[in-house]
Every structure is written in structure tokens, then in C-alpha cells.
Design a protein around this ligand. Structure first.
Ligand SMILES: Nc1ncnc2c1ncn2[C@@H]1O[C@H](COP(=O)(O)OP(=O)(O)OP(=O)(O)O)[C@@H](O)[C@H]1O
Ligand SMILES: [Mg+2]
Length: 329
């Protein structure tokens, strides 16, 4: 139930009860009801304190281990980055993570897991803000308006709560000028215009570099090497090269990278048949269905995989599982 509805409900209960009494008692009862309502309202209104904003390191670890499939590198980096940052009372700069990988590999999903383990309200928290390039900044001609709006938005929200989280989706489609406009907030400044940004978290999501990550994963697969043996250092150079060389991608025209403002580049590997099965089983559970391995396997087998001959990686990752499940059950 929404907080406001809850407040109104308590007030109306108080009024119904009050109907049974004479005027003076009525005033007292209504007064009490309203006060009670206010207390409950204030109590259930999200605020920027430890009741609503508290990092759950164990929760994050367990969620990454149990809910995120096939991403041993991303899982490790995210846990390490968040634990270090959240346990540091005086971080020198905001935490900036850049998540890379092909479609449906879990980038938004990981952002959601992070939000759920910091904010009691998870992605619904009023301290979590998601921007999607093509949705929020669609017209290149309006770039100057977007710039000042975005800056005001970030400033206003961090002033309101230092522990704010900003997720920029489709970062590779974002106008370079717009990315440049958020740079001051990511720097090592103590304060910008009197506002301290050092406890904020910025997460950038993009498909940039996805192809080179996939190529490395394929090389390992062809060499018969276990996927778990792929290490961050196997991906770092190809990832940064492909990202730097991708002139299409807005992100890389900016000096975000050479100024070292991104703390961690987080690669997401392409998903295999067995991960799709896991996603399908998780989805069944989420829908309150009995987990059916045969159906999950059939659904996974019917997806499109690449390279065509070997059928190693799912083209859309786990992305269409949720809607497909209705068809299979
Ligand atoms: N590695 C994974 N482990 C578990 N579930 C996953 C994983 N990847 C994707 N999923 C499931 O698929 C859904 C879609 O994935 P998500 O939106 O995170 O993909 P994405 O990487 O952001 O893709 P895109 O680049 O297209 O935005 C998630 O909500 C989640 O249910
Ligand atoms: Mg996404």
C-alpha cells in the first residue's frame, strides 16, 4: 500500500470510530487519529538515514552468488567495489562503475541487485535515479537544455541525500557533451558549489566492448578452457581498446577514461545454454510456478545462439525468457 493511502486509511478509521461518540470525544478521537496517522506517515516516509539507506554486504554477496548466473568476474568486481566504498566513511570521490557487455547478460539486473542491498526500497527508492539516453535525452538539438537539467537534477538530489545512486543506461548512445557535463561530479573535488558528491554512486551501462568480451569468451571455449578461468586481466586490454576505438560511442569521445574517473570497468560475459536454463528456472520460481527442468531446457534450446555452427552463446542472453515462459507453460 502506498504511504499516502495508508495515511488516509488511518484518518478514515479514526473518523468512523469517531462517529460513535459525542462531539468532544469526537474531536479528541479524530485528533488522536490524525496524530497517529502523521506518526505512521512520517515513519513510513523514506528518508536519507540508516533506516532506509544501509548497505547489506552479506545480502549483496548472497544475491550475486545465487541470482546472477555466469558472471564470475562481474560478480567479484561489484562485490569488492561496493564493499570497499560503502565501508569507507570518507571516500575521496564518488564510486563510478562502468558495466559492459552484450544484450541480456545482466547489467540492469546487477544495478537492481546493488540498489536492493543499499536502499530498503530498492529501485523504487527516491534516492535511485535512472536515466536512459534515448528516453530522457532524445534530441541532439536540445543538448544545452539537457545539460543544465541534468546538472540541476544531480545537484538537487545529492543535496537531498548524499548517498544517491545514478544509473545511466545506454551510455554508449549518450551525447558526449552530456557526459562531459556530469564529469565535475565524478572528480576528486571536496565539494562542487558547496555540495559534497563523494558518497554518491554512478553506474554506467553500455553494450560498448561487448563484442571483444564475447570474442575472448569464444577463444576460451574453442581452446577447451573452462569459462571460470577467464580472468579480468584477459579482458581488460581488449575491452579498453575496443571501447577507445569505437568512434560511434559517445562515451569515449569524452575524457572520462583518460582522467581515470571510472573506478571499475565491469565486463559481462555472453551467456551459454546452461545459464539460460538457470534463468528460466529462476523465472519459474519468481512466478510461483513449480520448477520444471524439462521445460527450462526446451525453452533454452529453442533460443538463437551464435556462432551459428557451434551454438555457444545466446544472442539475447536471458532477455526474452520472462515473456517466452508463458508460451512454454
Ligand atoms: N547473468 C544473469 N543472471 C541471471 N539473470 C539474468 C542474467 N542476465 C540477464 N538476466 C535476466 O534477464 C533480464 C534482462 O537482463 P538485463 O536487463 O540485466 O540485461 P542487460 O545486460 O541490461 O541487457 P541490454 O544491454 O540489452 O540492456 C534480467 O532482468 C534478469 O531477469
Ligand atoms: Mg540493460
Amino acid at each position: 500500500m502506498r504511504v499516502t493511502n495508508r495515511f488516509l486509511l488511518y484518518v478514515s478509521i479514526a473518523c468512523v470510530v469517531a462517529d460513535a461518540f459525542e462531539p468532544i470525544t469526537t474531536t479528541v478521537v479524530v485528533g488522536l487519529g490524525v496524530t497517529l496517522g502523521r506518526i505512521i506517515y512520517n515513519y513510513s516516509q523514506e528518508s536519507c538515514d540508516s533506516k532506509w539507506v544501509a548497505f547489506n554486504a552479506t545480502g549483496l554477496k548472497v544475491d550475486l552468488e545465487q541470482k546472477l548466473f555466469g558472471q564470475h568476474i562481474a560478480s567479484r568486481i561489484v562485490l569488492k567495489a561496493l564493499t570497499g566504498f560503502m565501508n569507507n566513511a570518507q571516500p575521496k570521490k564518488p564510486l563510478v562503475l562502468s558495466l559492459h557487455g552484450s544484450t541480456g547478460t545482466g547489467k540492469n539486473f546487477v544495478s537492481q541487485i546493488i540498489a536492493e542491498n543499499i536502499y530498503k526500497e530498492g529501485m523504487d527508492s527516491s534516492f535511485v535515479h535512472v536515466f536512459t539516453s534515448e528516453l530522457h535525452f532524445p534530441h541532439a538539438s536540445k543538448i544545452d537544455t539537457y545539460k543544465s537539467q541534468l546538472q540541476q537534477w544531480i545537484k538537487g538530489n545529492v543535496t537531498n541525500c548524499g548517498r544517491s545512486m545514478f544509473i545511466f543506461d545506454e551510455m554508449d548512445k549518450m551525447h558526449p557533451g552530456l557526459i562531459d557535463s556530469i564529469k565535475p561530479y565524478l572528480e576528486y573535488y571536496d565539494k562542487v558549489d558547496g555540495v559534497c558528491y563523494r558518497k554518491a554512486i554512478f553506474i554506467f551501462l553500455s553494450n560498448a566492448g561487448g563484442e571483444s568480451i564475447t570474442q575472448i569468451a569464444l577463444d576460451f571455449w574453442r581452446a577447451g578452457q573452462d569459462r571460470q578461468t577467464i580472468d579480468l586481466k584477459d579482458l581488460e586490454v581488449p575491452l579498453s581498446l575496443s571501447v577507445f576505438n569505437n568512434k560511434q560511442s559517445g562515451l569515449w569521445h569524452t575524457s572520462l577514461i583518460d582522467k581515470n574517473l571510472v573506478d571499475y570497468f565491469v565486463p559481462f560475459l555472453p551467456l551459454e545454454h546452461k545459464h539460460i536454463v538457470q534463468c528460466a528456472l529462476a523465472e519459474m520460481e519468481a512466478k510461483g510456478m513449480v520448477k520444471n527442468h524439462e521445460v527450462a531446457d526446451q525453452l533454452a534450446r529453442d533460443l538463437v545462439y551464435f556462432p551459428k555452427a557451434e551454438r555457444v552463446f545466446s544472442v539475447k542472453g536471458c532477455k526474452t525468457i520472462e515473456s517466452k515462459l508463458d508460451y512454454y507453460t
